[in-house]
Design a binder for this molecule. Sequence first.
Ligand code: FAD
Length: 310
Amino acid sequence: MSILLIAEFDQQALKAATRSAITAATQLGGNIDVLVIGQNVNAIAQQTASVQGVARVLVADDAAYAKPLAENFAPLVQAIAANYSHVIAAATSFGKNLLPRVAALLDVDMVSEVTKIIDASTYVRPLYAGNLNATVQTSEAIKLLTVRPTGFTAAKDGEQSAPIEIIAAAGDNALSRFVSENIQVSERPELGTAKIIVTGGRSLGSVEKFDQVLSPLAEKLTAALGATRAAVDAGFAPNEWQVGQTGTVVAPDIYIAIGVSGAAQHIAGMKESRMIIAINQDPDAQIFQWADYGLVADLFDAVPKISASL
Ligand SMILES: Cc1cc2nc3c(=O)[nH]c(=O)nc-3n(C[C@H](O)[C@H](O)[C@H](O)COP(=O)(O)OP(=O)(O)OC[C@H]3O[C@@H](n4cnc5c(N)ncnc54)[C@H](O)[C@@H]3O)c2cc1C
């Protein structure tokens, strides 16, 4: 059995989500080749080579890969996929954009959002916003999987470095073109990998209140800020802060839900958190059914007092 895993990275480092996907791949057994696609990615390739469980790093370095355009990456993955029993990527926006295209090019069914590996062809994945866990089996010769990073711990660096091989690029197929990107620079930890998350709901009432009430608490706890979809739709928080079924799925050590009702679509994105703390003025709010600790209080009164006392 041999596994091809597609690496995701930013300018500086391999993403934690890819490290989690490597852990998932080690549970399948077999050799793991990690494919690094980009331009001037030598440093990332070196980093990847030192991750525990990686047998080999393949590098496709080309101007066509300067930006992660799935339309250019997919034919490259397709070209080498026949050498592998499994092709894996993390279930991030990047992986969810790329792998279905590879599946279409290879004409195979893929399995998405895997949370548990049972054996080489059997996996667990959530259905109905996480209300059901389905055990699915695939008989495809090449098994394509996206794996949910929250289901697997991130692989650490090992003591040895895997060999690095350069492979031929597949070029620019001119189906899409990179126009621009708008990256939010923040001192706070990234939502997907933060150990503590402070999430606010629609009840915060405005973008100013969202910042005024939640930021001091997040700063004291070195936490990432999250938001419900209702808060995002109301313009109180940016899109990338949304936690839930149609936002980011998170599993921090501590999740603090403030003025959050606990709708099923929100719960789907945070219920794997190790500890859930809820503050809500309604004692019957659904969020309390999921909370390890609950405080029935007016958030505008309670949260500043908690922040001040830390
Ligand atoms: C297809 C689909 C996908 C969706 N995806 C997502 C998703 O990914 N993420 C997501 O979050 N939602 C998602 N939603 C929306 C979801 O159904 C809820 O509407 C949303 O989560 C509610 O957000 P909320 O808890 O901020 O707001 P509300 O439901 O309005 O709840 C506000 C809460 O604040 C409390 N409150 C009010 N004032 C105070 C106060 N002063 N002090 C303390 N507590 C107070 C209230 O008691 C209430 O419980 C989705 C919906 C659909 C249909």
